[in-house]
Design a protein around this ligand. Structure first.
Ligand SMILES: Nc1ncnc2c1ncn2[C@@H]1O[C@H](COP(=O)(O)OP(=O)(O)OP(=O)(O)O)[C@@H](O)[C@H]1O
Ligand SMILES: [Mg+2]
Length: 358
């Protein structure tokens, strides 16, 4: 649906987009995820046609968009600071973009009704826009974009102004809406959880570049760099040495774990040879209680910190032979004690959950 080929964008001397190459499929829920200032809004605006590019190609639906103005593109954007007109009614807001389309009053009302129904605001048309909650205003902004029946809906941090509860509610609503209308959604967010929950695929951006583009599970399980790993969730790192590489098998030696063999896919950053880091998520290690056996391998460790979260306990443990503690997250189970600082414990782990980094 959308193809970027080596897209560059400068603001004066500032190189805001540094060679973006990516394809977004039709009907996909796609997210641009990255820290503030990395170029997410800029990239979205190059799709919408609000921003020209200095080099490269942006294609929509197989057509080069060079010279095609925003109002001739099959896209519609919901802006970072969504502005609805407070002095108008909900229906007037939603119908705004169609007011010059030459529809009869009845047809316009039908289209407005349809759009309001899509966003769960059926019957709100006559309400004054200023008399809506934040979540309802957000839906009006969505309805206003959807009524124009774009092939691609561009959403720039549409939920960031909402409180946590409302945001989670709207996340589910947006997923439902996208499935229902079947058009391509491109969402900009700096919230990694939001991106993981909502997207078919995610492009992680840093400083004007896409660091990794993959589905949520791949991004989480096999980040291709430490930067991506740290941006998405928590990852532990321990130093390791590559001892042999043969036929897609990488053997490493890591203090705390000992020797283990990994598959080539566990080094998504194409790490080879020498001193590396082995990374693992907190939930891939298990504190083994009395009588429990490890599914795979086990190591000895000392508990250095305990953070009790009600449903979860986070243990910072130091594996024997290592310098710094690693974090383990454990789901609390009724009847199982929370261990104290200083406790010696066995820790279960699996080579399959490890990722190698430079
Ligand atoms: N019109 C402009 N003129 C000059 N610099 C700009 C302009 N718009 C954006 N920039 C710069 O380009 C970089 C990328 O901006 P952009 O708005 O795309 O970031 P973003 O990833 O959307 O960030 P945020 O999460 O804060 O919205 C930033 O460093 C920003 O200061
Ligand atoms: Mg932005």
């Amino acid at each position: 649906m959308i193809a970027f080929q080596d897209v560059h964008k400068y603001y004066g001397d500032y190189h805001a987009l540094r060679g973006i190459t990516a394809t977004i499929r039709a009907g996909e829920f796609f997210s641009l995820l990255g820290p503030s200032g990395c170029g997410k809004t800029t990239l979205l605006r190059t799709i919408a046609g609000f921003e020209g590019i200095d080099r490269g190609v942006v294609m929509i639906d197989g057509k080069d968009m060079a010279g095609v103005p925003a109002n001739k593109r099959p896209t519609n954007m919901v802006f970072q600071s969504y502005a609805i007109f407070p002095h108008m009614s909900v229906a007037e807001n939603v119908g705004f973009g169609l007011r010059r389309a030459g529809l009869s009053k009845a047809d316009l009302a039908a289209r407005v009704g349809e759009a309001l129904e899509m966003v769960g605001l059926k019957g709100y048309g006559a309400r004054a826009a200023h008399a809506l909650s934040g979540g309802q205003r957000q839906r009006v902004a969505l309805a206003r974009a959807l009524i124009l029946k774009p092939k691609v809906l561009l959403l720039d941090e549409p939920l960031s102004a909402l409180d946590k509860k409302m945001r989670e509610h709207m996340q589910v609503e947006l997923i439902r809406l996208q499935r229902q209308v079947g058009i391509t959604f491109i969402l900009v967010t700096h919230d990694q959880e939001e991106a993981l929950v909502m997207s078919d695929r995610i492009a992680v951006m840093f400083e004007g570049e896409i660091a990794q583009l993959a589905d949520p599970e791949t991004l989480y399980r096999r980040p291709n760099s430490r930067t991506v790993a740290n941006f998405i969730g928590t990852m532990n790192f321990l130093p390791a040495t590559v001892t042999s590489e043969m036929g897609g098998r990488i053997e490493i030696e890591a203090a705390g774990f000992g020797a283990m063999a990994l598959e080539a896919a566990q080094a998504p950053g194409a790490v080879t040879g020498g001193e590396v880091s082995v990374g693992f998520r907190p939930e891939t290690l298990t504190v083994l209680f009395d009588g429990q056996s490890a599914g795979d391998r086990e190591s000895m460790a000392t508990i250095e910190e305990v953070v009790y979260f009600g449903d979860m306990t986070y243990y910072d443990v130091r594996l024997d032979g290592t310098q710094s503690p690693v974090r383990i997250s454990m789901r609390n189970v009724f009847g199982r004690p929370v261990l104290d600082i200083g406790t010696r414990t066995r820790v279960g782990w699996s080579p399959g959950a490890m990722v190698l980094f430079r």
